[in-house]
Design a protein around this ligand. Structure first.
Ligand SMILES: [Zn+2]
Length: 219
């Protein structure tokens, strides 16, 4: 049985989720670099001391989700996993490098204002991969659309960490930032095949699968 501790890191920063499984922990996403000490404080408050974090899983390569991956990996001496298709973002520090819609100006601003320490993931998250070896009974579903290397992590008890596939800042819906609409819809359809009890989005509060509006009207 997992205990999930959502850590909301503010308006522009992605949610961080700490999952406790018996006496160890797994972290999903890491927030913006500017939220570093807030995140570390929360991890400690939830009992995740050094040596207890098994791994860091990244739903995708955006800076508001990966901003503290390198730092926390070093602090907790644990590996970082992400999908191969977004690993180029971590290695280059450029979150538009693998996107169709490139925006050099926004890319420059993001680099300057938000900053991300470049890193190379220690392992790749792949379609259908079971994460038991990394301390959690959960599966990886490759759900591209927001970015080519976006993944969703679904635990055996139905908790669904979808990164930026869905958002719930105002209401539960498909994330407005879409790089590939066809892939995005395919990913949404794909998730319908899984037994999901609660969705934990990259931004905003958790919500029930039934709360999502009609797909067609959202894209
Ligand atoms: Zn994102």
């Amino acid at each position: 049985m997992n205990t999930i501790y959502p850590i909301e890191t503010g308006k522009f920063s992605g949610n961080v989720y700490l999952i406790k499984n018996n006496d160890h922990y797994v972290l999903i996403d890491t927030g913006l670099k500017s939220k570093r000490y807030f995140v570390v404080e929360k991890l400690r408050a939830f009992g995740c001391s050094e040596g207890k974090l098994k791994c860091i899983l990244l739903t995708h390569g955006d800076v508001d989700h990966c901003g503290n991956a390198a730092y926390l990996s070093k602090l907790y001496n644990c590996p970082v996993g992400m999908h191969k298709n977004d690993s180029i973002v971590a290695v280059s520090g450029d979150m538009f490098i693998n996107r169709r819609k490139k925006n050099p100006f926004v890319a420059f601003l993001v680099r300057k204002l938000m900053g991300m320490e470049k890193f190379k993931p220690d392992f790749y998250l792949e379609e259908n991969q079971n994460l038991k070896a990394y301390g959690i009974d959960a599966k990886i579903v490759h759900t591209p659309g927001h970015s080519p290397g976006s993944v969703t992590i679904i635990t055996s008890d139905g908790a669904c960490f979808c990164g930026d596939l869905y958002e719930n800042t105002k209401k539960p819906k498909i994330n407005a930032l879409i790089d590939d609409p066809v892939e995005m819809l395919n990913s949404v359809s794909k998730l319908e095949n899984y037994n999901i009890t609660l969705i934990y989005p990259g931004h905003g509060k958790s919500f029930l699968p039934d709360e999502i509006g009609q797909r067609a009207e959202q894209i």
